[in-house]
Design a protein around this ligand. Structure first.
Ligand SMILES: [Mg+2]
Length: 435
C-alpha cells in the first residue's frame, strides 16, 4: 500500500515577498492579481483582519487603516522560488508529482518514521529556501490533502505536519472537514451533496459508493473511496503533452491602435514560442484573438483567426509572423480592445516533426539561434532579447503592476537582480546551500 505526503507552501506569494524583504515578517501582507485587480494571497495577519478574495479598489481604506503591505504579482520571483522548493523536495522522494507552483505530492512509502520525516522535510525547505510549508501524510492523495488542510488550520497540530497513516483520529479528522473542502469536490457537487444530508467529509466517506456512482459519477466515487483509505489515484509523474499553449492577458489600459496591438500579439507569440521550446514541442497552427470589454456600454467586437502553418515549428520568427498575419486579417478600427492573446495548437514533440525538402528554414540553425535567445532571456529575465515588433517595455498596454517588490525600497529590481539578491541572501544567511 502506498503512502503519500503533500507538501504545500503557506501563503506562497506572501512568503516569497518576505524573502526579498524580511521586514514584512509578522506584518499583514497581501498580493494582488494581474493588473492589481483582486487579492490572490494573504498572510495570516491579513486574514485575521478580515481580508478575503476582495477587489483591491474596494478595500483601499481598510488597507490604509491597518497599514497592510500591498504587492503586485511578481511571477519571475515566484517561479524562481517554486523551482528551488521543488528541487529540495525531489531530494526527499524518488517519485514526486509537482501539483502546482506551491504544492507537490511525494511518494513516501517505506519511510519508517513518517512524523520525523515530515518534520525534516519542513525544516529543510525552511532552511534552504526560507519558505514555511505544511505537510499532510496519508494512504491516499485525497486523505493527504485533507490532513494538509487540518495541519494548516487546526490549533491541535503542532509544527505544520499531520500524519493520518494508521491514526486513531482519522474519523475525527473526517468529521472536522466539510465535504465542500474535500479535494475534487466542487461547489456544485457540495450543494447537491448537502441536499442529500452529506455535509462532512465523514458523511461522504460513509456514503454507499453505488449510490454515488448512480447519482454523481466515477470521479466523486473515487474521491469517496479515497477518503475511506482505498487507494485509487496514483501519482502523475509525467504531465500529459499539452494540446495547446496560450499566452494572453487583459491590458493595463484599453487599446485602439494597430501598432500597439501588433506589439501585444508579437509579445504573446514570442512567449508562446518560448513555452513550446521549454516543453520540446512544435505547433501546426496559430490562433490570434482580441476582445473588447463586455462590461462596458460600447461597440463590441471579439474576433479570432486560426492560421495554419505549412510545417510544424517552434521558431519565434515564424510564430510572430503568422500571428501578425492573423491580426491583420481581423483588425478593425473603432473598437477599444481590453484583451488579446495567442494560442499555439496542434502540438507535436519536436523529435517527431517531419522533415521536408521544401522547408525554407534550416531547422538546425534556427534551433541554435532560439537556444541562444532562450538562454539570454532565462538568465536576464523574459523580454531582455526581443524582436523589434514587440516594442519597448512599459508600453501602455502592459499590465498594471504599481506595487512590485522592491529591494528594501531602494527601487524596482530586474528579474536578474532579483535572482542575484535571493542568492546573496542564501549565501549570507545559509538559507540556500548548494542549490
Ligand atoms: Mg499554498
Amino acid at each position: 500500500m502506498p503512502i503519500f505526503a503533500i507538501v504545500d507552501c503557506n501563503s506562497f506569494f506572501v512568503s516569497c515577498e518576505r524573502i526579498l524583504n524580511p521586514r514584512l515578517k509578522g506584518r499583514p501582507v497581501i498580493v494582488l492579481s494581474n493588473n492589481d485587480g483582486m487579492v490572490v494571497a494573504r498572510s495570516k495577519e491579513a486574514k485575521a483582519l478580515g481580508i478575503n478574495w476582495d477587489a483591491y479598489h474596494l478595500i483601499r481604506d481598510k488597507i490604509r487603516y491597518h497599514d497592510i503591505q500591498v504587492f503586485s504579482s511578481n511571477y519571475p520571483l515566484y517561479a524562481e522560488m517554486s523551482g528551488r522548493v521543488m528541487s529540495v523536495l525531489k531530494g526527499f522522494a524518488p517519485r514526486v508529482e509537482v501539483y502546482s507552483c506551491d504544492e507537490a505530492f511525494l511518494d513516501v512509502s517505506g519511510v519508517e518514521n513518517l512524523d520525523a520525516y515530515g518534520h525534516l522535510i519542513r525544516e529543510t525547505v525552511q532552511q534552504y529556501c526560507g519558505i514555511p510549508v505544511s505537510i499532510g501524510i496519508a494512504r491516499t492523495k485525497t486523505l493527504a490533502k485533507l490532513a494538509n488542510k487540518l495541519a494548516k488550520s487546526s490549533p491541535k497540530v503542532k509544527n505544520g505536519v499531520l500524519n493520518l497513516v494508521d491514526s486513531p483520529y482519522i474519523d475525527e479528522a473526517l468529521k472536522r472537514v466539510p465535504a465542500a473542502d474535500v479535494w475534487g469536490v466542487g461547489r456544485r457537487w457540495s450543494e447537491r451533496l448537502r441536499g442529500n444530508s452529506i455535509v462532512s467529509a465523514y458523511d461522504l466517506a460513509m456514503a454507499d459508493e453505488r449510490w454515488i456512482m448512480k447519482r454523481f459519477n466515477v470521479v466523486l466515487t473515487r474521491t469517496a473511496l479515497e477518503l475511506r483509505g482505498v487507494f485509487c489515484l496514483p501519482l502523475l509523474l509525467a504531465p500529459p503533452i499539452s494540446k495547446s499553449i496560450m499566452s494572453s492577458m487583459s491590458f493595463g489600459k484599453l487599446v485602439e491602435d494597430f501598432e500597439s496591438l501588433r506589439q501585444v500579439i508579437s509579445t504573446y507569440a514570442a512567449e508562446s514560442a518560448a513555452k513550446m521550446r521549454r516543453e520540446g514541442l512544435a505547433c501546426s497552427y496559430v490562433v490570434v484573438f482580441l476582445e473588447t470589454n463586455r462590461f462596458m456600454d460600447e461597440p463590441q467586437y471579439n474576433p479570432s483567426v486560426k492560421v495554419p502553418l505549412p510545417y510544424a515549428t517552434d521558431n519565434t520568427t515564424e510564430i510572430i509572423g503568422t500571428a501578425i498575419a492573423g491580426l491583420e486579417q481581423m483588425f478593425q478600427e473603432g473598437y477599444r480592445y481590453n484583451k488579446g492573446g495567442v494560442m499555439v495548437g496542434g502540438l507535436i514533440p519536436v523529435s517527431e516533426r517531419q522533415v521536408s525538402l521544401l522547408d525554407p528554414y534550416d531547422r538546425e540553425k534556427v534551433a541554435g539561434l532560439m537556444g541562444a535567445l532562450d538562454i539570454v532571456n532565462t538568465t536576464y529575465g523574459p523580454g531582455t532579447l526581443r524582436y523589434g515588433s514587440q516594442g519597448f517595455r512599459n508600453a501602455k498596454w502592459q499590465m498594471r503592476q504599481n506595487h512590485l517588490s522592491t529591494d528594501n525600497n531602494r527601487g524596482l529590481m530586474t528579474d536578474h537582480q532579483q535572482t542575484k539578491r535571493i542568492c546573496e541572501l542564501g549565501q549570507s544567511t545559509h538559507l540556500i546551500r548548494s542549490l
